[in-house]
Design a protein. Structure first.
Length: 167
């Protein structure tokens, strides 16, 4: 299986987009903390899903799209995939805490593990890990950096009032 990748220049900086016939594999920020592993099957080039992802991301950033309709093929453990699936259920313009997300995946005492899985999300924005915040409403770790998390939450009108924006 060949995974095609390309770049998308958006308001949060350049994003690497990767897809195959199986679905989207990655959306990666320029300075990703946990870059997606690239193998010999990765090729720079065009693919119908990359074109559709660029179109949907642009509409999201323009305020014309609130959900994404792309086939997804993230690679991770069963637990990670469970957490990533739960991210997709967080509505546009809303936030949840790590503890709330842990409860949603049936592991209420696993906030740290949920946070780690959230941090390894290979499809940010589409699987909206930016909508997960600290229990006190603070903006906490984000692979694209806290300014990007703040931008995305402001774009969606979800920025909690008690968030510490000086971080």
């Amino acid at each position: 299986m060949t995974i095609f990748h390309t770049r998308f220049d958006g308001p949060v900086g350049p994003l690497l987009l990767a897809a195959s016939d199986a679905g989207m594999h990655a959306i990666e920020f320029h300075a990703a903390r946990h870059p997606v592993k690239r193998g010999a099957d990765w090729r720079e080039g065009d693919h119908r899903l990359l074109r559709e992802a660029r179109k949907q991301l642009q509409a999201y950033f323009d305020g014309r799209r609130r959900t994404f309709d792309l086939p997804l093929a993230p690679q991770g453990t069963e637990f990670q995939r469970t957490v990533w699936h739960a991210l997709a259920a967080i509505p546009y313009g809303e936030t949840v805490s790590y503890a709330q997300l842990a409860a949603r995946v049936g592991r209420p005492s696993a906030s740290r593990a949920v946070g780690a899985a959230n941090g390894r999300n290979p499809l940010p924005i589409v699987l909206p890990c930016h909508r997960v915040i600290g229990a006190d409403g603070s903006l906490t770790g984000f692979g694209g950096g806290l300014p990007t998390k703040q931008y995305l939450l402001e774009l969606e009108g979800a920025l909690p009032r008690q968030a510490d924006l000086s971080v």
